[in-house]
Design a protein around this ligand. Structure first.
Ligand code: NAD
Length: 388
């Protein structure tokens, strides 16, 4: 009897800068996995989203009108390219609104865990000398709805808790409010421990380990984060509870990255250290991410719109391609669908195969291939993989 694949709806959002180059490659790989794994995917869009759309549209809005609240709740998953055009820096209000697009979407859908793997892949050189694939393989779990980014929602408009304050008619000081709740801390820390249980431990000693990093003792919210960590850690005796102040972590991540398995941290620190881990794994162009909640998820690369290379067809699409693989795996888990899980895994394997062969690679990792050539090579590898 013919296999009737369940239909999944996936919404695509384009974004700015290199988004216009890397999003089509991510769609190409998604379509290849649909074909290879017999999936039934309805890809909606990808629709314009971000600063460029705001500038181009007569509506002066940053979302395409077809991206409605009903739609983002209805789809099985979302992927988006990076947003932001630094040329808009002069327009503070617009910049603020566009900067908060991903943040607003994360809050709207309550995507409390930002999952950001840092893995040295075959054929890729880390700036850390003598590191080989296998030496670096950790995942940062960035809390994604609180800290100093707690106040933004998109559909409700941006609700500020802090603000700019004037004296004598001039902006004289600005305040940002840093919020941490017990619920917000505990659920993301639990996510980190559950993830560690599904992994095979840190590269140096194969111990399952979750590292809590922030600035407890100095900041109250961070002290609450650490206390929540201790409470959750007590429920996971099989996973080592590890601690590092955030400044110390930045040091140790360079000196002994192989010690780390899963690292959990409040929002703003997670944002910063994921760019550090982008460098450690060889390029921001390899830095994938998934924003995950209990009911919804969206895939986006860790990096921004890379205006310095936009329009040159040299951006590395692997970051977004890997993010799409993470999204397929996430949907596969939620809907208990082995084909989707396998398709997601195959994207990860296809990327390693292309990087390992070393024939097709973009300039950020020492090659001269175009964005399109990299997308094509990964899509071809996905097609040539087979179900067990
Ligand atoms: P960036 O991440 O865009 O770029 C940092 C460096 O990494 C640049 O040299 C860039 O060329 C390189 N890089 C990034 N992605 C790459 C890829 N796929 N392939 C090859 N090289 C790549 O950071 P930035 O320049 O600080 O920010 C640019 C804009 O992006 C800003 O407007 C910022 O607000 C926005 N931004 C958006 C998001 C998001 O949408 N989630 C995240 C971060 C920054």
């Amino acid at each position: 009897m013919a296999y009737l694949a369940r239909k999944y709806k996936i919404l695509g959002l384009i974004g700015d800068g290199i988004a216009e180059e890397i999003v089509p490659e991510a769609v190409r790989v998604l379509r290849a996995s649909e074909e290879a794994y017999g999936l039934n995917l309805e890809v909606i869009g990808p629709h314009p989203f971000g600063a460029k759309y705001w500038l181009d549209s007569s509506r002066k809005a940053s979302w395409h009108p077809e991206i409605t609240r009903e739609l983002i709740y209805d789809v099985d998953g979302i992927f988006k390219g990076p947003v932001g055009l630094p040329s808009l820096l002069e327009d503070v209000k617009l910049n603020y609104e566009v900067g908060f697009l991903p943040v607003g979407l994360r809050s709207e859908l309550d995507l409390y865990a930002n999952v950001r793997p840092c893995k040295l892949r075959p054929g890729v050189k880390s700036p850390l000398v003598d590191k080989e694939p296998g030496d670096i393989d950790f995942v940062i779990i960035r809390e994604n709805t609180e800290h100093c980014l707690a106040e933004a929602t998109h559909f409700g408009g941006i609700r500020d808790i802090g603000g700019y304050f004037e004296r004598a008619g001039k902006v004289d000081f600005a305040a940002d409010v840093y919020i941490q709740t017990s619920k917000g801390c505990e659920r993301v820390i639990q996510y980190a421990f559950d993830l560690s249980r599904r992994r095979s431990g840190a590269p140096n000693d194969r111990k399952r380990r979750v590292t809590c990093t922030c600035k407890w003792g100095l900041l109250r919210g961070d002290t609450l984060f650490k206390r929540s960590f201790e409470k959750v850690a007590a429920r996971y005796p099989d996973v080592e509870a590890d601690y590092a102040w955030i400044d110390g972590w930045a040091y140790w991540a360079i000196m002994r990255p192989e010690h780390y398995d899963v690292v959990v941290t409040p929002n703003q620190y997670g944002d910063i250290i994921s760019d550090l881990s982008g460098a450690i794994q060889g390029s921001m162009g390899l830095a994938a991410a998934l924003n995950a909640g209990d009911e919804h998820a969206f895939a986006e690369a860790t990096h921004g719109s890379a205006p310095d290379i936009a329009g040159k067809n040299i951006a590395n699409p692997i970051s977004l391609i890997l993010s799409i693989g993470m999204l397929l795996e996430w949907i596969g888990e939620k809907r208990d669908d082995d084909r989707l899980r396998a398709a997601g895994k195959s994207i990860n394997m296809a990327v390693d195969a292309v990087l390992g062969e070393g024939k097709v690679r973009s300039p950020d990792i020492g090659g001269s291939s175009t964005t399109e050539q990299v997308g094509n090579a990964v899509a071809q590898k996905v097609r040539s993989t087979e179900l067990d």
